[in-house]
Design a protein around this ligand. Structure first.
Ligand code: NI
Length: 169
């Protein structure tokens, strides 16, 4: 496994919708392993393929590893089938936009369908930190970043940081 460079905002590749992975082969498993190693090394809880420059629908996450034992997960071609009406608001960070935490409101649970690294289709209701993390990472696969979800006040507060990184909210 190897640690991959993480793209930073405003890299244009972070804004592109990603293509389906399709068949899970050795190259996909290798990429997922490298992404997990990269995520842990960067002290993150989730990482999406476009953040390492691969424009495919794959993300990895381990939302609770800082509070317990590592439980690495990989999601290929994930889709949200259902989502809670009830919303959760909390701070989110992004390895591609360091030092710009954003308050984000999202459905508090989602039902996700995806392909595992064994090639099998899986389906699960995600709650708590896993639900929030999965939605954040799935947004990356559609070219959406947490700074797109800021309200006007947060946008004003964050704009000097974003300008210093070479981009605008
Ligand atoms: Ni992110």
């Amino acid at each position: 496994m190897s640690i991959l460079p993480i793209l930073r905002f405003p890299d244009a590749r972070l804004r592109r919708p990603c293509l389906p992975v399709g068949t899970v082969d050795a190259a996909v498993r290798q990429l997922a392993g490298d992404m997990l190693e990269t995520m842990y090394h960067a002290n993150g809880r989730g990482l999406a393929a476009p953040q390492v420059g691969v424009l495919r629908r794959l993300f990895v996450m381990d939302p609770d590893w800082k509070e317990g034992a590592p439980a690495p997960l990989a999601y290929v071609d994930p889709e949200i089938l259902d989502a809670a009406d009830a919303q959760h608001t909390g701070p989110e960070g992004c390895l591609s936009i360091p030092s710009v935490p954003v308050m984000v409101t999202r459905p508090e649970w989602v039902v996700l369908r995806w392909t595992g690294l064994d090639g099998q289709t899986q389906r699960e209701k995600l709650t708590g930190a896993a639900a929030i993390c999965a939605q954040h990472e799935l947004d990356h696969l559609n070219g959406r970043l947490i700074i797109d979800l800021m309200d006007e006040g947060a946008r004003c507060a964050a704009s000097p940081c974003l300008a210093a990184m070479g981009g605008a909210a």
